[in-house]
Write a protein that binds this ligand. Structure first.
Ligand SMILES: Nc1ncnc2c1ncn2[C@@H]1O[C@H](COP(=O)(O)OP(=O)(O)OP(=O)(O)O)[C@@H](O)[C@H]1O
Ligand SMILES: [Mg+2]
Length: 244
């Protein structure tokens, strides 16, 4: 791979977590989903968080995205401490700074692709034009299609367009290719790569699919609620080069 695929890191920390834990109380039983996570994610970075089912990936992503708060420890988005933020600060953070992409696309069935994106751009501070978001994900010609008239991969690309249309600094993706076949998954990963490279968006993708890790700048391995190791990829693969 060429150098342009390696991270031109400013070194700016976008996220910093210090010893975060998340414990769920299930009746008499405590489930320790996260057991002390110290992590830094950097501006412009494409990271993959890899771990088995139940290792705590979604719990960690939800905390980074301000959808949940840790039981103990601290998490910062730049200067904002999410672990001690008010509801209003968290809502503001989610609305303006972070985009989410989930395994299931959650598009509104009665709205076209373009309208699904407009719903978000209408309440954003500094959105891109919905048409441009669709162009970035290569779906200009599907603008007026309803979700039911799109393939799974196309629906996921609309969901990505919707997430990036508000120009978030960060895009958090929870198993974005989990419901897709390999070829369609590659297209979706290429779309994420393009967003990272062209918009400079900091992207974190969580997955239990180890092959995806070869396209990341850095891979964070999660095991039973802890980081077991972190690997830097000096040479990144393109989504097409991944071996599935
Ligand atoms: N709302 C909840 N209440 C109770 N326990 C939970 C809750 N959410 C997650 N857990 C538990 O926390 C642990 C971590 O869950 P998490 O969803 O973060 O795992 P994951 O790595 O995302 O798994 P998967 O790959 O299957 O999505 C699991 O043992 C899970 O059962
Ligand atoms: Mg999960």
């Amino acid at each position: 791979m060429t150098n342009e695929n390696t991270l031109k890191s400013s070194g700016e920390k976008v996220f910093l977590t210090k010893g975060i834990t998340r414990t769920y109380q299930m009746g008499e039983v405590q489930v320790h989903a996260l057991r002390g996570i110290d992590l830094e994610l950097y501006a412009g970075e494409f990271s993959v968080i890899l771990g088995l089912s139940g290792s705590g990936k979604s719990t960690l992503l939800n905390i980074l995205g301000g959808l949940d708060i840790p039981t103990t420890g601290q998490v910062f988005y730049k200067e904002l401490e999410l672990s001690h933020a008010t509801e209003e600060q968290l809502t503001n953070y989610r609305r303006h700074h972070v985009g989410f992409v989930f395994q299931f696309y959650n598009l509104i069935p009665s709205l076209t692709a373009l309208e699904n994106i407009s719903v978000v751009t209408e309440i954003a501070d500094d959105p891109m034009k919905p048409e441009y978001a669709l162009e970035l994900v290569g779906l200009t010609d599907r603008m007026n299609h309803f979700p039911a008239q799109l393939s799974g991969g196309q629906q996921q690309r609309v969901a990505i367009a919707r997430a990036i249309a508000k120009n978030p600094a960060v895009l958090l993706c929870d198993e974005p290719t989990g419901a897709l076949d390999i070829e369609t998954g590659v297209t979706v990963l290429e779309t994420l790569n393009r967003v990272n490279q062209e918009l400079g968006t900091t992207i974190s993708v969580i997955t239990h699919n180890a092959s995806i890790s070869d396209m990341a700048h850095r891979v964070i391995y999660l095991n039973d609620g802890q980081i077991s190791s972190i690997k830097q990829n000096d040479i990144r693969k393109t989504p097409h080069e991944l071996s599935w």
